[in-house]
Design a protein around this ligand. Structure first.
Ligand SMILES: [Zn+2]
Length: 339
């Protein structure tokens, strides 16, 4: 997740954080949700957040290498890039990411993968996670295992679960776009670029499910990892909020913490990850987040500190929600003003 820096005298004050048919029934969801497992997430994360990736800074070699790993994994699953695209990449130009006096970033890329819907392929569910992190400083690697290696590998496992279902005739009715966005840490650039240059019309984009930091517990939950912060679900669509609660009650049984969804919360988390670029265009968006811990944006955010059982459970929730949004007869409605 993006850190916020307060200007001037308080520069160093960084807040701690920065109708189902016969084909696809709920019973099927129960089957496929369990293909998302802790060992597989761990296998991917030790690579994506390994030292070889050099902290995945936007536009640098380490990030590109991590991107190549993601693409190879999709290919192994038999998943391709979107039909509407000519390859795996959406180029995000350096110029687009220019911001104030910040050092110029190199050209970078969003990476996308796609599973086409069987009945309403033109309607798109986006599942997003940023694959960039902050790179290296003073020779130290900032691995970004939780931020956002955790969301990145969750997308791989969610994609695999959808693909397994599709192979058995239970593919999603609406299409799923897996969007690995770049430049998040430098200002939510990749998601902003996508929202301004969407591959599929935003009018046909049903929702964004954004995952950013789901592999740890925060200081406010010292005794359990069976929780997740849910942010933004009720801002644009009351159905999104309700469906998410229903999926969780039935399958994952996490404690939902809505603290950061409070409109008056001073940390303004709602505005600080990639879902916001979808929400501001009026697309119902939900953000799953574990909160901030002692290793946030430090070289010590490493894969060995991830709680893989929690990562798996939260990834399962995101999958379950995506499954419901993709398969229900009517697309969810926008019935709120976004505030
Ligand atoms: Zn971050």
């Amino acid at each position: 997740m993006k850190k916020i820096l307060f200007s001037g005298a308080v520069l160093s004050l960084i807040l701690m954080s920065c109708s189902s048919t016969k084909v696809a029934t709920k019973a099927d969801l129960g089957t496929y949700i369990n293909t998302i497992t802790a060992p597989e997430l761990s296998k991917h994360l030790y690579i994506v957040a390994g030292d070889e990736m050099q902290g995945r800074n936007t536009g640098e070699e380490g990030q590109k290498k991590a991107g190549k790993y993601l693409i190879e994994e999709y290919k192994k699953m038999g998943i391709s890039y979107p039909e509407a695209a000519s390859d795996w990449y959406q180029k995000v130009p350096s110029e687009f990411m220019k911001r104030g006096f910040a050092p110029k970033l190199n050209d970078s890329e969003n990476i996308w993968a796609f599973i086409k819907g069987s009945e309403k392929p033109e309607e798109i569910i986006v599942i997003s996670a940023h694959y960039d992190h902050v790179g290296m400083k003073n020779g130290e690697i900032y691995n970004g295992a939780d931020d956002d290696g955790s969301g990145t590998v969750a997308l791989l496992e969610i994609a695999q679960a959808f693909k397994e279902a599709q192979k058995k005739g239970h593919g999603p009715k609406r299409s799923i776009l897996f969007l690995h966005v770049t430049g998040e840490e430098h200002g939510l650039h990749g998601s902003r670029y996508y929202s301004e240059n969407p591959l599929y019309p935003l009018a046909n984009t049903v929702a964004d499910i954004n995952i950013d930091m789901i592999g740890r517990r925060d200081t406010l939950h010292p005794n359990t990892n069976n929780y997740v912060y849910v942010i933004g679900s009720d801002r644009l669509s009351s159905e999104l909020h309700t469906i998410n609660e229903e999926v969780n009650a039935k399958y994952t049984k996490l404690d939902f913490d809505y603290k950061y969804n409070d409109r008056n919360d001073p940390e303004r988390i709602y505005y600080r990850s990639d879902h916001y670029n979808f929400a501001k265009k009026g697309i119902p968006s939900i953000f799953f987040f574990n909160g901030v811990h002692a290793d946030y944006h430090l070289p010590s955010d490493t894969p060995d500190k991830i709680e893989y059982d929690a990562l798996a459970k939260r990834a399962q929730l995101a999958f379950g929600l995506a499954w419901e949004l993709a398969n229900r007869p009517e697309r969810i409605k926008v019935d709120r003003d976004g505030k």
